[in-house]
Design a protein around this ligand. Structure first.
Ligand code: HEM
Length: 259
């Protein structure tokens, strides 16, 4: 039973630990994607969408973007909500993404608590589908208030998981820079048109090469961009909370085990 007199930092660590422990490794990539699908609907110009937990609402969860894989994730998030009712859905979904990275041997990303829940679903058709060109991707991320560098760093999430039953990388359960090394070496399957778009774009390619060379830089940039992603639409709280990202070194870490 969780203690009630936590500091915000302790509470975040407790909830994250709860999620890491109960999350089946097989579901980790989907949790990371879910955090993106909750936050990535944000439109800075209108202040609509964003990380307000609305992906847990049935109408949004059943959209083509989320259908099939979102529901099993929500079962764990709902379990966490029952154990920690004082934590918002938005925080739990964002923490699910951070927990997924940790579960797969990646950095511990401190993202802070205090996101607000909304009761109306986010506007539809705002998430990328994998067929966009690089200009369109940059426009979509700019719409959220994220930079081209953020776009590349966050795309490193595709080191984990699958599309159409094919793994993006050789070890889809380990958070590493393999997505980038494969793109640079052209050894990866490049399953999405957007993979090719990122490596062929002259503005984006240098970041792909940087992260392929330097996994620590990838971890640092991913943690920073992911934290900001999970606060989209909640800027005021982010400014007040000033949460930081804590990184464990990628060198010499243990590989995540299945199960
Ligand atoms: C850059 C733009 C992005 C595009 C075009 C994109 C597109 C896609 C597509 C098409 C899939 C496969 C879905 C399927 O076959 O069922 C996928 C999977 C995935 N995406 Fe993205 N995505 C993007 C950004 C992100 C971001 C920012 C994150 C998280 C930070 C993320 C995390 C994931 C993960 C972890 C998977 C694997 C899910 C699984 O195996 O269950 N993606 N993405």
């Amino acid at each position: 039973m969780p203690a009630l007199n936590h500091s915000p930092e302790d509470l975040e660590a407790d909830v994250r630990e709860f999620l890491v422990e109960l999350m089946p490794l097989e579901h980790a990539p989907a949790h990371l994607r879910l955090a993106f699908h909750d936050a990535g609907t944000y439109d800075r110009a209108t202040g609509t969408g964003g990380a307000h937990g609305t992906v847990h609402l049935t109408e949004e969860l059943r959209r083509a973007d989320n259908t099939g894989w979102g529901q099993p994730c929500m079962e764990l998030i709902a379990e966490a909500k029952a154990a920690y009712p004082m934590v918002s859905w938005a925080d739990l979904i964002a923490l699910g993404g951070a927990a997924a990275v940790q579960k797969c041997g990646g950095p511990t990303i401190e993202i802070g608590l205090g996101r607000t829940d909304a009761t109306e679903v986010s506007p539809p058709h705002r998430l990328p589908g994998g067929y966009e060109g690089s200009d369109m991707l940059k426009r979509m991320f700019a719409r959220m208030g994220l930079t081209p560098r953020d776009l590349v760093a966050l795309s490193g999430a595709h080191t984990l998981g699958h599309t159409q039953r094919k793994a993006f990388t050789e070890d889809p359960w380990v958070f590493s820079n393999a997505y980038f090394t494969q793109l640079v070496d052209r050894t990866g399957p490049q399953l999405l048109q957007t993979d090719t778009a990122i490596i062929d774009d002259p503005e984006l390619r240098p970041y792909v090469e940087l992260y392929a060379r330097d996994e620590s830089q990838f971890w640092a940039d991913f943690a920073d961009a992911f934290r900001r992603l999970t606060w989209l639409g909640n800027e005021r709280e982010l400014t007040e909370a000033q949460p930081s990202s804590k990184l464990t070194s990628p060198t010499g870490r243990g590989r995540a085990k299945r199960g």
